[in-house]
Each structure stands twice: as structure tokens, then as C-alpha cells.
Design a protein around this ligand. Structure first.
Ligand code: AGV
Ligand code: CA
Length: 311
């Protein structure tokens, strides 16, 4: 049986590649998609998502727009990436957009889709958790329809990836954008798998990966990977604030093939106020989450490239 997945993302290059890869997975049935304007602008991210579904999907999906707003905005330069993906000729060849926009905002779309889907659904979130927190506030009974939440978010190391004024650098961005939403989801009974910076730090975008995709660009899906990852800075000499990792793609790959990674249980809480806001910390009386802390890097890149070849 196929795993049922609902996907909420925030329009970054790795979010949009995740959508593309989900559409190639034989063992996954994508039941719904929604877009939150966190690390993106909403309009190009909605268009790019609909065009990716048109080009690489099999129809039957609509895409819901979120009307959620965060506490700590993402840098504008990063939010621009969705415009570049949306403009790719590969996604605009047909001259039309067929996949419709859902008539409900994302948090209501989550509720409706979970209710309308037989059995339980795995939630895959690669941006902040705001829409899920709002869905849970609106209808807490959806918890029983959720298999588990797989989330790209957080870190239990000292070093996060938020380098902003008035912050101590310990948070990961998806938690930092809306720390209260993460804390709300932590309060729920939903099982949480966290793909944290511990593991995503092991999958930076590097030049050898780019060269591989260039060499194999005769496959249209591999060319799409190469075009998209040409838009963001790779790790060359040392890691900077803008260095790109395959954060969300690793999270998506974990859903498709869990053997790629190692997982351990951590009892944790979310800090919502002050200079460490958005930090996830281990604490004995915290709620348990399953943390992905290690990945087979080569097997991961093989898996995503092989998926892309199927397109
Ligand atoms: O913190 C990682 C999250 C992921 O969901 N995002 C990007 C991924 O989609 C925020 C982010 C952190 N550093 C970034 C980010 C960077 N250098 N460029 C763009 N986005
Ligand atoms: Ca993201």
C-alpha cells in the first residue's frame, strides 16, 4: 500500500524540488499540497508548485495558499528564489497552468484533506508549522487522522542557522519564523520525526553534485535539479549564512526511504521568547521527538538523482 502524504512547504528551491520528487515516488500517494509564505513569496511559489504538478504529476491535486504570518521574517534574498524557479522555461513550455488553486486557506485545506482521506495521513512539513498549529486549534480531533509529522526543523546543537540581530544563533529558521506554532504542535499528541540540522549539515550542495547533474542532464528531471540548484550558493571553501544544504530534500527522502538515516529519541521543548527564541532544547521532562542525526550521504544523492531520472 502507498503511504499517504500531505505536503506543506514554503517555496524554497529545496521545497519545490521536494514536491517534484514526491511526484516520482512509487510508494507515495500525495493527498494534498499547500504553500506558506515564509522562506518565499506566495505568488511565485504557488505558481511554481502548480506548474511542477502539471509537468511532473498525474493530476487530481489542487494547491492551497496559506494566509499565515510569522513572527520573524526570512531574508528577502532567500524569499526571491521562488521567482527564479517559477520562471524556468521547462515549467512554462505549455503556456498554461492547469492545477487549480484550492478554495480554502492552507490550514482549512489540511483539515478537509485529512478528513476526506481514508485512514491516516503522514504530514510532511518543510517550512514553519503555523498552518498545522492553526489547524489543530480549529479542530483538535484531526490528530486521530495523522499518522505522524515529519518536519524539517530544529537542532539540538549549540549552532543553529539563524544569524540575526537580537538573537544568539541557536535556532533553526523554520522554528524561528514562528516559535509559538512549533510549541503548539509540541503540545499535541502527534508523533514527530525531526530532520534537524544534525543530519542536514551532512548534505551541503557541493560542486561534485552539481557536476553530476550536469553530466546527466539528458534526463529532463536531472536537468531540472541542475537548473534549480544553479540558483543557490554551494559550499566551496567554508560555510556562510547563505550556503545551501539539501535540508528539505533529505526530509522528503526520509519519507520515501527511511533506511537512509539514523534516528534517536530526544525529550525536548521549544523556546518561544527572548534571544534564544526558536531554539529546540533537550530536557528530561520534555516531549519525545524522533531526531534524525545521521545520513548515508552518498546513498541519499543516489536516491534523489534516481528519482529524478524517472520523470
Ligand atoms: O533552515 C532550513 C530551511 C529549509 O526548510 N530554510 C531553507 C530550507 O527550505 C531556511 C534557510 C536557512 N538557511 C537558508 C535558508 C539559506 N542559506 N538560503 C535559503 N533558505
Ligand atoms: Ca523550506
Amino acid at each position: 500500500m502507498k503511504k499517504k502524504i500531505y505536503f506543506n512547504h514554503d517555496g524554497g528551491v529545496d521545497d519545490l524540488i521536494s514536491l517534484f520528487l514526491l511526484l516520482q515516488m512509487d510508494n507515495v500517494e500525495l493527498t494534498g499540497v499547500s504553500v506558506i509564505p515564509a522562506d518565499c513569496y506566495l505568488e511565485p511559489a504557488m505558481f511554481a508548485s502548480r506548474k511542477i504538478i502539471d509537468r511532473f504529476g498525474t493530476g487530481g491535486l489542487d494547491v492551497a495558499a496559506s494566509n499565515s504570518r510569522g513572527k520573524n521574517p526570512f531574508p528577502k534574498d532567500w524569499r526571491m528564489h521562488a521567482f527564479y524557479v517559477d520562471a524556468l522555461p521547462l515549467l512554462n513550455e505549455s503556456g498554461k497552468v492547469v492545477t487549480p488553486v484550492a478554495d480554502k486557506p492552507a490550514h482549512e485545506h489540511i483539515i478537509d484533506t485529512l478528513r476526506a482521506t481514508e485512514g491516516k495521513t503522514t504530514l510532511l512539513f518543510t517550512g514553519p508549522l503555523t498552518d498545522l498549529a492553526r489547524a489543530l486549534d480549529m479542530d483538535p480531533t484531526i490528530e486521530e487522522k495523522v499518522e505522524r509529522l515529519v518536519w524539517m526543523g530544529g537542532t539540538f546543537r549549540e549552532a543553529g542557522n539563524v544569524h540575526e540581530p537580537e538573537h544568539d544563533g541557536t535556532a533553526e529558521w523554520n522554528v524561528f519564523w514562528d516559535p509559538d506554532a512549533a510549541a503548539r504542535v509540541w503540545e499535541s499528541g502527534i508523533e514527530i520525526d525531526l530532520v534537524a540540522l544534525e543530519s542536514t549539515n551532512q548534505v551541503p550542495l557541493t560542486l561534485d553534485v552539481r557536476e553530476r547533474w550536469a553530466a546527466e542532464r539528458k534526463h529532463i528531471g536531472v536537468d531540472f535539479l541542475g537548473q534549480c540548484y544553479a540558483m543557490v550558493p554551494p559550499l566551496v571553501h567554508f560555510s556562510t549564512n547563505s550556503t545551501y544544504y539539501l535540508w528539505d530534500v533529505l526530509t522528503t527522502a526520509f519519507v520515501g526511504k527511511s533506511e537512509l538515516v539514523k534516528v534517536q529519541t530526544v525529550n525536548s521543548k521549544v523556546i518561544t521568547e527572548g534571544a534564544s527564541q526558536g531554539r529546540t532544547v533537550e530536557t528530561a521532562d520534555g516531549r519525545p521527538v524522533q531526531v534524525v542525526y545521521d545520513v548515508d550521504r552518498d546513498a541519499f544523492f543516489d536516491y534523489m538523482t534516481d528519482l529524478a531520472k524517472k520523470a
